[in-house]
Design a protein around this ligand. Structure first.
Ligand code: SF4
Length: 400
């Protein structure tokens, strides 16, 4: 890489999170945004409470907005498209964004409101076209504001993966449905963890190019992300106009023993462009030394079969929607489950398109259309994803 063109990543730690955001943004060369239409794109994928490390902390988004509003007379928008069966406005409100949505000078957008646009990706390895938000042509400048979190399916979820929210409604699921054994076999020679999902996410980099990234590590999520991990307060902000550089630094402080191969979609993106950063050495950080920010987080579990005392969850290549639904089902109905299921006679659940018949017990609930192939070998619950209440109803109906 040409050393004179190293991307800059700024990093700051401060309990006063707006100070950390301001400090980071002061170090970057942001173009004149006067008169521009700017999308602030936090990660608000779920109806969850604030400061759990699941959705972006609204204080971070507010600080970015206030910083830019002070400098530029521009049109500011804030929006997202959450996971299936989630109301966008309710997700923002529950996540603590109500005050910001009422602020003067910023307008809320449900990115799923207008009819979508279909974009071609001729260079994509497996993803050749995708439907994106109908607002696609309305933005001059996109700011990705993800929360730093571990992710069971992709290693970590950072600035680039946050761009998945620009995909229209359930078209996000399309990324989970590819099957390219030859391509995978070839890539696995150098990238053991790679899956079709990683390739599809990397293909999006041909069309999704966030202009500025502000990674929220005020509260990060370790372990079983994207929604069931443990929240860790880090009070840290990472920012860059180069999304790959920002994501590399986020990994350097949260998983110092990882390389990009542990987050295969980032490794694939780094290989697409010869000038893109590939490691810490290709990036200028400010401050120069980042040791003080390092806080190793628990990585996501490598096992895809999760055992609770009285629940067996078999997850093979599900997507976040089914996984989140199951975790919510378990969280919201613990008393019911404890009353009716024991370690000797557990509740058996299976999700994901990679389930094999040999994974299943005789009384397994096969949840979601991905498991239909095995519907004769368990109790099939249709939907993509089935809603929590339907799953619970069918479990109750099948109690003996
Ligand atoms: S059935 Fe579940 S795992 Fe399969 S695509 Fe739909 S939401 Fe994802």
């Amino acid at each position: 890489m040409d050393l004179s063109k190293k991307p800059i990543v700024s990093i700051a730690k401060n309990e006063e999170i707006s100070s950390a955001v301001n400090n980071c943004l002061d170090q970057l060369e942001i173009p004149d945004l006067t008169g521009k239409s700017i999308l602030l794109k936090p990660n608000v994928g779920r109806e969850e409470d604030p400061k759990l490390g699941i959705n972006t902390n609204p204080e971070v988004v507010e600080a970015v907005f206030e910083y830019l509003k002070e400098k530029y007379n521009a049109n500011f928008w804030i929006g997202d498209s959450p996971i299936i069966n989630t109301d966008t406005r309710k997700a923002f409100e529950q996540s603590g964004f109500s005050d910001l949505l009422k602020s003067e000078g910023i307008k809320f957008l449900d990115l799923d409101d207008p009819a979508p646009l279909e974009l071609d990706i001729p260079q994509g390895k497996i993803l050749k076209k995708i439907k994106v938000t109908g607002y696609w042509n309305d933005f001059d400048y996109i700011i990705s504001i993800p929360v730093l979190k571990m992710h069971m399916h992709t290693g970590a979820s950072l600035s680039f993966k946050n761009m998945k929210g620009l995909i229209y409604k359930r078209n996000k699921i399309k990324l989970h449905h590819f099957h390219s054994p030859e391509l995978i076999e070839n890539l696995k020679k150098t990238m053991e963890k790679v899956k079709e999902l990683d390739i599809a996410i990397a293909d999006l980099s041909h069309i999704f190019k966030p202009d500025l990234c502000v990674i929220d590590a005020s509260y990060a999520l370790e372990g079983m992300g994207p929604s069931s991990g443990t929240c860790v307060k880090l009070d840290t902000i990472i920012a860059s106009t180069n999304y790959l550089a920002a994501d590399i630094i986020a990994l350097a402080i949260s998983q110092p023993n990882w390389s990009l191969k542990d987050v295969p979609h980032l490794k694939l993106i780094s290989e697409l462009l010869p000038q893109s950063p590939k490691s810490l050495e290709d990036i200028t950080t400010t401050p120069e030394k980042i040791q003080q920010f390092i806080k190793p987080l628990e990585p996501p579990p490598t096992s895809i079969t999760i055992k609770y005392k009285n629940v067996n969850l078999i997850d093979v290549e599900s997507c976040s929607a089914c996984l989140s639904t199951i975790f919510n089902l378990l969280k919201h109905n613990k008393d019911f489950i404890d009353e009716h299921f024991t370690p000797e006679k557990p509740l058996n659940l299976a999700i994901g398109r990679g389930i094999k018949q040999s994974d299943l017990y005789s009384d397994t609930y096969l949840i979601g259309n991905c498991t239909y192939e095995h519907h004769k070998h368990g109790i099939f619950i249709k939907g993509c994803t089935p809603v929590e209440s339907t799953i619970l109803k069918i479990i109750k109906e099948n109690l003996k």
